[in-house]
Design a protein around this ligand. Structure first.
Ligand code: ACM
Ligand code: ZN
Length: 766
């Protein structure tokens, strides 16, 4: 017998407590509102998927859901179009129902009942997000693209009302520095859609490769799409090394159309980026007449910012870009074209007669205004093709063209300036949105560009700067995670850098600010990891890395997952599930190698932390500093005497000061015989970290009268590169209570006002 059920719209029951809701609904991003009901819906081979007839985009959503469900379950589900909205819903049916009562264009209501499921939405996009939520409600096995037999295909009964906070929910991918095939671009789009992102910013051109076919200018992909070889290691390494292998790749227009259609079916609009006037080496290598010097130019094989840019004085440049943009606009149906605009050095323009002539004929004041002229002209061209421009926040310099949207990456200021001018902004400050940055201790992570951005920090991001009025805040369209690929050469590594940070960003963009709760997110993330695993995503397990802090002779261990148990050893062996757990700080009284890892469900998903604690006479002794560190504190108050020694590519233990001298005065608390004092300096000239000019050691018994016991000048040769320098002084058993070091800063770089850093760790007294 087939039973019929009445249409139940907004029939909330609050019979379950909030705590139950949060364990039953573990969806990411967190829905706006969820009420848990009794029972569950079971998906069976006989389940029917009902969708409205004659609405192609709704049929697409229903088919998308069927595709996913069939792949995971192995069931052959049946889709049934209906003529009119059913007034009663049949048992064992999943219904997609257009409903004008849903206010938000991307909103939906998902009703999971023991006998049916209904997804109601105003638009097919809303229905698509309802389907994504339903998918996650079936549990992590629904992430699998091959049938898993051991799963019960049930979803807990609930009513979810949901809609996004922001209209622009973006993720970016740079395919110039490294090229990724269409198969991966589609997978990336799928992963974004799963997390309810709706914009994919496709960074198609840059110095290191032009990746989109332009019919009128085939040399762009033929010449501009290939570089001779690629830098190996970090751009700050000296001397630079190369792999000696040509690197090529581009998308045909056919492939672009295929990706655009694939994204459309997942309600993702692609924002193509064609970089100008800077980051143009690949284009200039193909068409050298478009540069100020006429070339010859090469497709770049190192990372950075290059001085050869499009000539702003040559009308041919604008004719060329108009042709290119005409083809680009025809390929991408979205309203926006990203025209770059970032990091354009003005060196060539200053020396170019054509550019200087342009400045005078257009009555411009300087090269900044020339850049602004350039962007304005391009914005007019793009407008002729019915589109609007987005540019990086440098397009504000010299005047923002009317109607342009600013992508704020150098902090929030660009976004703030745009909204105050009544123009739209998309936020992606490096501090919270650069997913090419390290996500855990660099000493343990694969090589990355630099920086430090944990998943927790992404989660804490607030896209609307506090200084905006409510009126100005309306101009913040949303935010975006950026994945620059200088140091990301494979699809697996893209996934590693993007996830789980993109999961955190999805919640920042979707969930109301007052519903965001880091602890709850971290708990749901644990479940979500299983979903990602089933999707085959190479997400970073760095989330489970353990951090150690030393205080008062005790080590404390922590990890982002508050539910994980930390196991440790002190004998140099790897921790096992049976090793001691960290319940309270661990006392250390002798030189020890501590190893620790986070235990989750009987396994260690993260890395093993290894810290060597060296016991010496200054261990755990207090000290003063005239200048206190802010950003690089070594993680604790007395990081210079905590027994753990900073490593290359790691800043956890280093104490860093910018534009200041180090002058620690350590109190050994009693007169102590001293044989040797040694200290390490980090050198990373690419990061402006320089060794001191000199270092001098003083001792004292009263803390007031200090006598110099040794001084060393540090030679200023071979500065380039990354290394650790050790400086030590033999004191031959001098007795002293106080030890003072004065490490004199390197100072500003010659011919530059950039302020250098001084990084120091562990002052060892033996
Ligand atoms: C950028 O990161 N240069 C926009
Ligand atoms: Zn020029």
């Amino acid at each position: 017998m087939r039973r019929l059920f009445l249409f139940t719209f907004l029939l909330y029951s609050t019979s379950k407590s909030l705590a139950q809701v949060s364990t039953v609904v573990t969806v990411i991003p967190q829905p706006v509102q969820a009420y848990v009901r009794e029972g569950k819906f079971e998906l069976k081979p006989t389940t029917r998927i009902h969708f409205p007839q004659g609405k192609a985009d709704w049929a697409t959503v229903a088919q998308y859901f069927m595709g996913i469900a069939q792949a995971s379950t192995g069931f052959q589900l049946t889709g049934i179009p209906y003529q009119t909205v059913p007034t009663s819903l049949r048992e064992n049916g999943i219904y997609f129902i257009p409903d004008e009562r849903i206010e938000q264009s991307e909103g939906y209501q998902l009703e999971i009942m023991p006998l049916f499921v209904a997804i109601r939405a105003r638009t097919a996009a809303g229905a698509f997000y309802g389907a994504q939520t339903l998918r996650q409600m079936f549990g992590p096995s629904m992430g699998s693209s091959t049938p898993t037999k051991d799963s019960a295909w049930t979803a807990a009964a609930c009513i979810i009302t949901d809609y996004p906070r922001f209209s622009y929910r973006g993720m970016h991918l740079d395919v110039s520095r490294h090229f990724f095939p269409v198969t991966f671009i589609k997978r990336y789009i799928d992963l974004l859609a799963t997390h309810k992102f709706n914009r994919f910013h496709w960074h198609l051109t840059d110095d290191q490769g032009w990746r989109i076919e332009i019919k009128k200018y085939p040399r762009l992909h033929q010449i501009g799409g290939c570089r001779e070889e690629t830098l190996v290691g970090h751009a700050t390494d000296a001397p630079p090394r190369f792999d000696g292998k040509p690197y090529c790749g581009y998308y045909t227009q056919e492939e672009i159309r295929e990706v655009v259609e694939y994204a459309r079916q997942r309600f993702i609009t692609i924002i193509p980026e064609i970089e100008m006037p800077g980051h143009a080496s690949a284009a200039l290598a193909a068409y050298p007449e478009l540069g100020c010097t006429g070339g010859p130019y090469k497709v770049a094989k190192t990372w950075g910012v290059f001085e050869d840019v499009f000539c702003a004085g040559n009308d041919k440049t604008f004719e060329f870009l108009a042709d290119v943009l005409k083809e680009v606009c025809a390929l991408f149906p979205g309203e926006y074209i990203h025209i770059g605009g970032d990091e354009c050095p003005k060196t060539r323009w200053k020396a170019c007669p054509k550019c200087q002539k342009r400045i005078s004929t257009e009555k411009l004041k300087n090269e900044d205004q020339l850049q602004s002229y350039f962007i304005r002209r391009i914005s007019e061209i793009v407008a002729r093709y019915g589109k609007k421009i987005i540019g990086w926040d440098e397009i504000l310099e010299g005047g923002l063209p009317a109607g342009a949207t600013v992508m704020s990456w150098r902090g929030n200021d660009g976004g703030i300036a745009a909204t105050k001018a009544g123009q739209y902004a998309i936020m992606c400050p490096t501090s919270h949105c650069y997913f090419d940055y390290y996500q855990s201790d660099p000493a343990q992570e694969p090589l990355a560009i630099g920086g430090f951005l944990t998943v927790q920090r992404v989660y804490d991001y607030e896209p609307v700067p506090a200084s905006l009025t409510a009126e100005e805040a309306r101009f913040i369209l949303g935010a975006q995670g950026n994945v620059w690929t200088e140091y990301i050469s494979t699809p697996e590594q893209v996934e590693y850098m993007a996830f789980p940070r993109a999961c955190a960003l999805s919640e920042v963009l979707w969930t109301p600010a007052n519903k965001r709760a880091p602890g709850d997110f971290m708990r749901r993330l644990r479940n979500h990891f299983r979903f990602l695993e089933n999707m085959g995503v190479n997400y970073a397990r760095s989330y489970y890395d353990v951090k150690a802090t030393f205080n008062g002779g005790y080590v404390s261990l922590s990890t982002a997952d508050a539910q994980a148990q930390i196991k440790y050893t002190l004998d140099g062996s790897d921790p096992k599930p049976t090793s001691p757990g960290m319940y309270s700080p661990i006392p250390l009284s002798k030189t020890t190698t501590l190893k620790a890892a986070a235990l989750v469900d009987g396994k260690f998903p993260g890395r093993i932390l290894t810290v060597r604690y060296v016991v010496h006479k200054a261990l755990n002794k207090p000290y003063t500093l005239s200048t206190q560190p802010s950003q690089y504190s070594g993680g604790e108050k007395y990081a210079l005497t905590n027994g753990s020694i900073g490593a290359l590519r790691s800043w956890y233990h280093w104490v860093g000061l910018q534009d200041a001298d180090f002058d620690p005065v350590i109190d050994l608390e009693t007169i102590t015989p001293i044989q040797k004092i040694s200290v390490n300096f980090l050198v990373g000239t690419g990061y402006l970290i320089y060794p001191p000019r000199s270092i001098e050691v003083f001792t004292s018994n009263d803390g007031e009268n200090f006598a110099s016991v040794g001084k060393r000048e540090i030679p200023v040769n071979e500065l380039v590169g990354n290394r650790i320098e050790n400086v030590s002084f033999n004191l031959n058993g001098i007795g002293a209570r106080y030890v003072k070091l004065v490490a004199q800063r390197y100072g500003p770089l010659p011919g530059s006002n950039e302020k250098t850093w001084l990084f120091l760790d562990e002052i060892m007294v033996e």
